[in-house]
Write a protein that binds this ligand. Structure first.
Ligand code: DGL
Length: 271
């Protein structure tokens, strides 16, 4: 049994790292769609097509659980993929509005996510269900995903984008920030510097790991020894780019292969 994980780029590596730490006895296949990153400004239909093709790729790699380690792809495709591939257990992401609404004291919460995530039905339904009496301040942090893709977790541009997003929210009195994009945990140290100690930052990674664990337990999926388990990484972009961030996260060298999009529905493996 393999666990598939995909994202538009390196954001999902953060989730992969935590999955591998907590559930080391499984094989992981990661797909980073760096040929198309960022997903955030793209139409939802296009992101759904990419997600379907990547899912097909991961199914061919014998993945029974697929983690959509991307809020944007989950907004665009989670429901569609569950309907289309009923035998696969999908774990999707939604901005962690519920825990934020439960823990805020000022009733003011900041949410950082991509434009496509804010447009999706998933986001609106979560707000409606859990946060109708909370004031939400949204920001799309334009350009931040690409800075993180370059491994720029603390440079001037990254700081400027975050300050522009967070300063007005702080002036309005937020006490909680929701990371609604899987690229953003990489810049938590910088976010902490900007917002200070009294603002709670919510990263949904541990909730995703728990969810995967409970699917494994429910289905009694077979495990292997942690020593035999492996991680394979595929990117539709430049291998070096994936390597820059992957080498910061994983102690051992991971195997990275390149794939290329032929069109939105076909991927070609490159040697
Ligand atoms: N990491 C993704 C997310 O969680 C997508 C970022 C992007 O490609 O715009 O939303």
């Amino acid at each position: 049994m393999n666990i598939g994980v995909f994202d538009s780029g390196v954001g999902g590596l953060w989730i992969l790292k935590h999955l591998k730490e907590k559930l080391p006895e499984y094989n992981y296949v990661f797909f980073g769609d760096q040929g198309h990153v960022p997903y955030g400004p793209r139409p939802l239909e296009e992101i759904r097509d990419f997600s379907e093709t990547i899912t097909q790729f991961l199914i061919e790699k014998e993945c029974n659980i697929i983690v959509i380690a991307c809020n944007t792809a989950s907004a665009a495709a989670l429901k569609y993929l569950r309907d289309k591939f009923p035998d696969i257990s999908f774990v999707g992401m939604e901005p962690a509005i519920k825990p934020a609404a439960e823990s805020t004291h000022t009733n003011k919460v900041g949410v950082l996510a991509t434009p496509a995530t804010f447009q999706g039905e998933l986001y609106n339904s979560v707000v409606e269900r859990f946060a109708h009496d909370v004031e939400i301040y949204k920001d799309t942090c334009d350009g931040l995903v690409l800075e993180i893709e370059k491994g720029n977790f603390e440079g001037t541009n990254t700081r400027q984008i975050l300050e522009t997003a967070l300063t007005p929210m702080l002036e309005c009195g937020i006490d909680t920030v929701v990371l609604g994009c899987t690229h953003y945990p990489f810049v938590v140290p910088l976010i902490k510097e900007i917002v200070g100690e009294n603002v709670n930052i919510i990263d949904p990674t541990s909730a995703i790991v728990k969810r995967v664990n409970s699917i494994i337990l429910d289905n009694s999926f077979e495990s292997k020894s942690a020593l035999d388990s492996r991680i394979e990484i595929f990117t539709s972009g430049e291998k070096e780019r994936m390597e820059t961030v992957a080498s910061k996260l994983f102690k051992n060298k991971v195997n990275i292969s390149k794939v290329q999009w032929k069109d939105n529905f076909n991927l070609i493996m490159l040697k």
